[in-house]
Design a protein around this ligand. Structure first.
Ligand SMILES: [Zn+2]
Length: 294
């Protein structure tokens, strides 16, 4: 049977406080097993946000932006809600570390929980190259220890904020006992063995997301922003040569709330041929097929 991996990156207050519980209800109803990657730390870095805003302002004054359908996104205000935009700007609380009870329910219901970076999502996404290796290591390790101690089992999956990776990050992940990392099929470590294939890379399994819009924009969010139907979206995926493993990603703040109907339609239209399972289960199938897991 073909496999479908549905991944959610828990980035923000709206993700963890509203989106996750809705997704858990949905998964129970539809009998799906999901993969969540949690940002344990803060969502933004104020200094960095101000710098970025200023830079974008200057850029906008000089270059007229060319809107691309393929990178269209929903407005942040719509995804997070105004109240949570202000709470984030004013308080910038830790996302996973302050909401452990919600993470407990993910584990209790048999879904997968992996890590989404270290102590600050924005700093990683926009400033990883400025962080020392020690900082990166400590950011991941402290959160890993917390989760592994709480759940009494290994956390083996990692997805970097903004899918920003460097070789030294992969070495650190390996050292800490992770088994796989996720990035878009067109990411830095893209493989030449096909868009859907799980392959070994720097001693870890590289798991490619193969249903994703350009510049890492989630597929469903992009479709909603472009106002197109899931039928149009799924048609090319249903072709005879469709991959044996499809992998889609999104955020609980959108695909768990306003985008959930479209995600449901998407899963239904793929049909019974695809079984929704965790990424770890798919990596396991891959190992069994190829005996690479030793
Ligand atoms: Zn993220």
């Amino acid at each position: 049977m073909k496999q479908l991996n549905i991944q959610f990156d828990i980035d923000t207050l709206t993700c963890i406080e509203e989106g996750v519980s809705r997704l858990l209800l949905w998964a129970r109803r539809e009998q799906l097993k999901l993969s969540f990657f949690v940002n344990m730390g803060r969502s933004i870095d104020l200094k960095l946000s101000l710098k970025k805003a200023l830079f974008n302002r200057l850029k906008a004054d000089h270059i007229s932006p060319v809107a691309s359908e393929k990178t269209a996104k929903m407005p942040i205000k719509e995804k997070l809600g105004l109240r949570n935009v202000f709470r984030t700007l004013l308080l910038n609380p830790k996302i996973g570390a302050n909401n452990l009870r919600i993470l407990d329910t993910i584990i209790e219901e048999g879904h997968e929980l992996g890590l989404h970076g270290g102590n600050n999502h924005a700093l990683w996404q926009h400033g990883l190259h400025l962080m020392s290796s020690n900082e990166v290591l400590e950011g991941i390790q402290s959160n890993l220890d917390l989760l592994e101690c709480r759940y009494g089992k290994k956390i083996i999956g990692f997805c970097a904020p903004g899918f920003v990776y460097e070789d030294r990050v992969l070495n650190i992940l390996k050292e800490l006992g992770f088994m796989y990392f996720v990035e878009p099929y067109y990411g830095r470590y893209r493989s030449d063995v096909g868009d859907a294939s799980i392959a070994v890379c720097h001693g870890l399994f590289r798991v490619p997301i193969n249903i994703i819009a350009e510049r890492t924009v989630p597929f469903i969010e992009n479709a909603c922003a472009r106002d197109i139907t899931t039928k149009e979206l799924v048609a090319p995926l249903g072709a005879d040569n469709a991959a044996d493993r499809l992998h889609i990603y999104g955020h609980p703040c959108f695909e768990g709330i306003n985008g959930l109907d479209m995600l449901t339609e998407f899963v239904q239209q793929l049909g019974a041929e695809y079984k929704t399972e965790t990424i770890t289960t798919s990596v396991g199938h891959h190992c069994l097929d190829r005996r690479e897991c030793e």
